[in-house]
Design a binder for this molecule. Structure first.
Ligand code: NAD
Length: 421
């Protein structure tokens, strides 16, 4: 994984801003309006002292950025990772604004993070850290104001701790304060698979328009967590695609005849990673350069850069991860005729079902999984269609088109609400 250093190509905030600027310039936005839409509404940095198991105190740094609340409460996950920075969280928060607008759900954009390698903490230390973060920002969070969710290295367990901490402060149980919860704590059927299912739907919709048959199509998936694992599984089991390569932080594995994804998922869950997976050959080269038809980067940012974009062989890239392709790489991929389904479209299934979860919590009435999946399918196909039509009519890439659709929607709300000053 590339590190963010002197190479500004790898700064996610600069990349997010460049993507926004390209679409904004096509829309000929007024400079003041453009600045309003671009900048985060609010950013906080927290010092989080936590009592470690040995009695010592360690102070962690946490962040929460609300990029926009124009269309509804700020919405976005919380990431636990040793490389989290404020700039990264700002970039991720802005992507959430555009993603919620592309998906056309009534949320703004937010994101949070704690600079921590969670593998270095015990379970009880992790719980204390999560609760400290939730308590410290409990005045910011709320179903009407800011609704977190899982992201890299957080999941249902952390969301349940979050609900409990927030509810204790509120003196009542408030389930709608976060999404991505366990089913028993107000989670939605289908939420765990939603991002991967959305990736599958977006791939199917784009391939159909390109006249590409998904049955037997060769797919490589980078990252084998929530997004990558489910995307691989559903592309194989529901579309008949052949998964020829998979990878996670512990290693990459390939088999041109197709990998048994369910066996790989079982291995990864029991061994905490793909390491030692015997169902395919360990790979030496980069999974991003594997000979395949569809590539799904589903790990972290900055994976496809100007250094490796020319070596990508896929015809379609579906961005399961947020920000996996740099703007410089985008230009190279476009020149090669590769279709990139941008993150704010491809992985919007997660936040769409998060929205359904929030709705169900507020109604106190829960839908069966087929209803959730049916509604997700409807939302995703509409989003792909809106973006595809914009790309055709404006003769731009799917990424620029997705931003144009999103910016137009947020802009319209700003225009209707007017400026309070
Ligand atoms: P996760 O923690 O469940 O999985 C991340 C995976 O990436 C793990 O398998 C990890 O081993 C792997 N990984 C890390 N470094 C790697 C490397 N160098 N090479 C290959 N694999 C590597 O996280 P997730 O929830 O699946 O999120 C993955 C991406 O998808 C992130 O960019 C996240 O922001 C984005 N995303 C997640 C959701 C969601 O609902 N979980 C929704 C939208 C977008």
């Amino acid at each position: 994984m590339a590190a963010i250093g002197a190479n500004s190509q790898l700064n996610p905030l600069e990349n997010a801003e460049r993507q926004f600027e390209e679409a904004a310039s096509r829309l000929k936005l007024d400079p003041g309006v453009k600045e309003t839409l671009k900048r985060p509404r609010r950013a906080t940095i927290q010092s989080l002292p936590v009592m470690m198991d040995d009695g010592s105190i360690r102070v962690f740094t946490g962040y929460r950025v609300q990029h926009s609340i124009a269309r509804g409460p700020a919405k976005g996950g919380i990431r636990f990772h040793q490389d989290v920075t404020l700039e990264e969280v700002e970039a991720l928060a802005s992507w959430m604004t555009w993603k919620c607008a592309v998906a056309d759900i009534p949320f703004g954009g937010g994101k949070g993070g704690i600079k921590v390698d969670p593998r270095q903490l015990s379970l009880s230390e992790l719980e204390r850290l999560t609760r400290r973060y939730a308590a410290d920002l409990s005045d910011l969070f709320g179903p009407e104001s800011d609704v977190p969710a899982p992201d890299v290295n957080t999941g249902e367990r952390e969301m349940a701790w979050f609900v409990d901490t927030y509810s204790m402060h509120e003196r009542r149980t408030e389930l709608a304060v976060v999404t991505g919860k366990p089913l028993e704590v107000g989670g939605s059927a289908g939420r765990r698979e939603a991002t991967g299912r959305g990736v599958m739907i977006s791939v199917a919709e784009v391939c159909r328009r390109l006249g590409m048959d998904l049955k037997g199509a060769r797919v490589a998936v980078q990252g084998f967590g929530n997004v990558g694992g489910v995307s691989a599984d559903l592309l194989a089991s529901e579309c008949g695609a052949k998964i020829v390569a998979i990878s996670d932080v512990t290693g990459a594995y390939a088999d041109p005849n197709g990998i048994d994804v369910k066996a790989a998922l079982q291995h990864a869950s029991s061994r905490k990673g793909l390491t030692g997976f015997a169902g395919a050959k360990p790979m030496s080269g980069s999974i991003l350069e594997v000979d395949c038809d569809i590539l799904v980067p589903a790990a972290l940012e900055n994976q496809i850069t100007s250094d490796n974009a020319a070596q990508v062989k896929a015809r379609v890239i579906a961005e399961g991860a947020n920000g996996p392709t740099t703007p410089d790489a985008d230009k190279i991929l476009e020149a090669k005729g590769i279709y990139v389904i941008p993150d704010i479209l491809a992985n919007s299934g997660g936040v769409t079902v998060s929205y359904f979860e929030w709705v169900q919590n507020r109604m106190g009435f829960y839908w069966p999984e087929r209803e959730v999946n049916g509604r997700l399918h409807e939302k995703m196909t509409k989003a792909v269609s809106d973006v595809w039509d914009m790309a055709q009519s404006e003769k731009v890439s799917l990424r620029v088109a997705a931003y144009m659709v999103a910016i137009n929607r947020v802009l319209r709300v700003h225009q209707l609400r007017g400026m309070y000053a």
